[in-house]
Design a protein around this ligand. Structure first.
Ligand code: ADP
Length: 464
């Protein structure tokens, strides 16, 4: 920590000017100023967004990576080394453009490196699908971005990568390191920009497959665009939203459960698709339990992720902040606000908030921020709760706090969720042994970092 803290100094004032990776000569690119969600006075840099001509150049020049699986693996492992060596700069960028704290940035680096090494170790020998478009979100701007790209590259595809518009700087650094490690430019190109760039890259017949992580709505749009323009059966690998619940029964260890809830609902300011949105507490214990939970919420420090004391950073931007604030305001108007902390004046901050609901069915959509909803259940109505959770149609993560073994089995048999967590927080996964991914509205599968994922990037599972 000391080393990282002292290394942060020079980065604090650095600005990045990221040029296009593979620019068309014709029109000048539009410059996009990147914002710091914690501090409106700070801009970490500017990027040149991809023009129509850039997109055309990228599509015309994309070539599958003509190298043996062993050669591709060596390059991806070298990229993993470069990621690790450059952690100071990685942290400096994602703290400022994504509002991530140091522990969150460390976790992102580890996950990105795990993806690189895991897909390198499993680089398939089967022919690639061809050209893959990878579209990534801002909430894991390094880990998910790298996971998609490294899977597609390990299988030998050409990759056209469209990062989220909020976090283009970290994607530039990552692509630079991947090229430096030896990925040919024709096999990997970066096309920063907003949704239109993504739309162009998912509706061109020269694209053979799409990997997407983001909202369920956008995934539906992409599926439609692909159906109209791409070859029939072109693979879409989508990971989308969640409406995740946790059940705490009266046998749970309260301290452990509270800690798990705080981490699941409020780490990364609740901006994880895996985050806990609706907590069910057994009626008999709810009073004392809520008191402990709100006490733990009071102890959280909200602020600039640059400071090592910060537990909760900002949400990604002003648009996100105002949407979440409107949801909290509606709950306040209905008298359902149970607990909220003070919010700093400047920056896109939302204070950790607890809202009373009757059940998960009251949540119309995923609120992507540090807002937790609380419902109670009677001891003999557990199955009803499980039915309600399954009825949302989402199925990403689920948490259970109990010390009754039979109940673990009972709930596991009934709950429809990609990842289930017992007596711990419900975030995180282990690349290789506990892959991550959802069911229903939460994604198409297969799970990222699992044995069935890489084959989707090969010709074996593409249209024949
Ligand atoms: P989020 O709510 O996480 O921003 P989005 O689904 O809006 O989720 O964004 C995820 C990614 O999808 C971003 O890189 C975004 O630019 C991209 N995107 C948005 N609209 C489209 C679209 N119509 N086609 C392809 N990509 C899109």
């Amino acid at each position: 920590l000391d080393l990282i803290a002292s290394e942060r100094g020079p980065f604090a004032t650095a600005k990045w000017e990221a040029a296009p990776i593979l620019a068309a000569k014709a029109a000048p690119n539009e410059a996009q100023q990147v914002t710091n969600p914690a501090d409106p006075a700070d801009s970490p840099g500017t990027v040149a967004t991809a023009s129509e001509a850039d997109i055309e150049t990228a599509l015309a020049n994309a070539r599958p990576w003509d190298a043996s699986p062993e050669e591709r693996a060596a390059v991806l492992n070298r990229a993993a080394d470069l990621y690790e060596k450059n952690f100071g700069e990685i942290f400096a960028i994602i703290a400022r453009e994504a509002g991530k704290s140091l522990p969150d940035a460390v976790a992102e680096l580890r996950e990105a490196v795990d993806f690189l090494r895991y897909y390198a170790a499993n680089a398939p020998d089967a022919p690639p699908v061809g050209t893959f478009t990878c579209i990534s979100p801002w909430n894991f701007p390094l880990a998910i971005f790298t996971g998609q790209i490294s899977a597609a590259l390990a299988a030998g595809n050409a990759v056209l990568s469209k990062p989220a518009e909020q976090t283009p700087l970290i994607s530039h650094l990552a692509i630079k390191l991947l090229h430096e490690a030896g990925v040919p430019k024709t096999a990997l190109q970066l096309l920063p920009g907003a949704g239109e760039v993504g739309a162009a890259l998912t509706s061109d017949p020269r694209v053979d497959g799409v990997a997407f992580t983001g909202s369920t709505d956008t995934a539906m749009k992409i599926r439609k665009a692909m159906a109209e323009n791409l070859a029939p059966g072109a693979p879409l690998i989508a990971e989308t939203g969640g409406l995740n619940a946790m059940i705490v029964d009266s046998t749970a260890l309260p301290e452990q459960a509270v800690q798990a809830i705080i981490e699941s609902a409020f780490q990364s300011a609740g901006q994880r698709c895996s985050a806990l949105r609706c907590l069910y507490v057994q009626e008999d214990i709810v009073e004392g339990f809520t008191e402990m939970l709100t006490g733990a919420m009071d102890a959280m420090v909200m602020g600039n992720p640059w400071h090592l004391s910060t537990d909760v950073g900002p949400v990604i931007d002003e648009e996100a902040r105002s949407g979440i604030a409107a949801h909290i305001q509606a709950a306040r108007a209905e008298g359902r606000l149970m607990h909220e902390l003070n919010t700093p004046n400047a920056g896109s901050f939302i204070a950790p908030t607890l809202i009373r609901v009757n059940g998960i069915g009251d949540l119309e959509r995923e609120i992507f921020g540090p807002v937790l909803h609380l419902a109670t259940f009677k001891a003999d109505k557990l199955d009803r709760v499980i039915d309600d959770i399954n009825a949302t149609g989402y199925g990403l993560t689920f948490g259970l706090q109990t010390r009754i073994d039979d109940r673990v089995q009972h709930v596991t048999d009934r709950i429809e969720a990609g990842n289930m967590y017992v007596n711990r927080n419900q975030i995180g996964a282990i690349v290789g042994s506990q892959p991550f991914g959802g069911e229903g509205l939460s994604g198409t599968g297969p799970k990222a970092g699992g044995p069935h994922y890489l084959p989707r990037y090969t010709w074996a599972s593409a249209p024949q």
